[in-house]
Design a protein around this ligand. Structure first.
Ligand code: TYD
Length: 203
C-alpha cells in the first residue's frame, strides 16, 4: 500500500503524515514513512544539492536530479517495502515534479510525464492526499523559517504550482483526494481517516 501526500509548502503534509502513521500503526499496519527527495543516502545528498547548494541549476538539471533521487528511493526502498507488505507513506512523489517542474518551471508536461514514468517503472500510489492551500496561507505558515532554493522562486511560480496541482487532482479523481488544507489539523485528520475507512478494498 502506497499513500502519498502533496501540496505546496506549509500545507500541513508533515503533521498529517505523522497523524496518519499513528492511526495506521494502531490498526496494526507495518508503516514506513519517507520523504522525497530523500530516503536513501544517495537521495539525501541530491536533496542537499537541490535545496541548499550555491550552484545555480538549470530547470532541466533540477528535473534530472529530482528524478535521480526518485529512482534510488523507489528501487532500493519503496518497492522492496511494498513487496514485504508494508504501508508506505510518502511525503511528495511524482505529482510534485509535474506541479513544480512542469507547471511551475514550465518544462513540457509530456517530457515530465515520461521522466516520471522512467523513474517509477509502473509504481502508482493507491491514494494521494492533496492538501490545497492558497498562497497567503503558505506564506503565513512558512514565515518562521528560511526558504529553500525552490521556495525562493516567487509568487507567480507558486500560483502556477497551485493551479497545476488542482489540474492534476481534477484529472485523476479516482486516485487523488483534495482536502482544504486551511482547515484545523484534527479536522483534516478525521477526513483522511474517513476516506481510509471507506476504502476497504485498498486498505
Ligand atoms: P519538502 O521536503 O516538502 O520541503 P519542505 O519540508 O521544506 O516543505 O520538499 C522540498 C522542496 O522540493 C519543495 O520546495 C518542493 C520541491 N520539489 C520539487 O520541486 N519537485 C519534486 O519533484 C519534489 C519531490 C520536490
Amino acid at each position: 500500500m502506497l499513500i502519498t501526500f502533496e501540496g505546496i509548502d506549509g500545507c500541513g503534509k508533515t503533521t498529517q503524515i505523522e497523524l496518519l502513521a499513528v492511526y495506521l500503526i494502531e490498526l496494526g499496519k507495518d508503516v514506513l514513512t519517507l520523504r522525497e527527495p530523500g530516503g536513501t543516502e544517495f537521495s539525501e545528498k541530491i536533496r542537499d544539492l537541490l535545496l541548499h547548494s550555491k550552484d545555480v541549476l538549470t530547470y532541466q538539471s533540477e528535473l534530472f536530479l529530482f528524478e535521480a533521487a526518485r529512482v534510488d528511493l523507489v528501487a532500493k526502498v519503496i518497492k522492496p517495502a511494498l513487496t514485504e507488505g508494508k504501508t508506505v507513506i510518502l511525503d511528495r512523489f511524482y505529482d510534485s515534479t509535474t506541479a513544480y517542474q512542469g507547471f511551475g518551471r514550465g518544462i513540457d508536461l509530456s517530457i515530465v510525464k515520461r521522466m516520471n514514468e522512467l523513474a517509477v517503472e509502473g509504481l502508482k500510489p493507491n491514494i494521494t492526499f492533496f492538501l490545497d492551500i492558497p498562497l497567503d496561507v503558505s506564506y503565513q505558515r512558512s514565515n518562521h523559517r528560511q526558504p529553500d532554493k525552490i521556495e525562493r522562486a516567487g509568487d507567480e511560480f507558486f500560483k502556477r504550482v497551485i493551479e497545476g496541482y488542482r489540474k492534476i487532482a481534477n484529472d485523476e479523481p479516482e486516485r487523488i483526494v483534495s482536502i482544504d488544507g486551511s482547515l484545523e489539523k484534527q479536522k483534516i485528520n478525521e477526513k483522511i481517516k474517513e476516506i481510509i475507512k471507506k476504502s476497504p478494498g485498498k486498505f
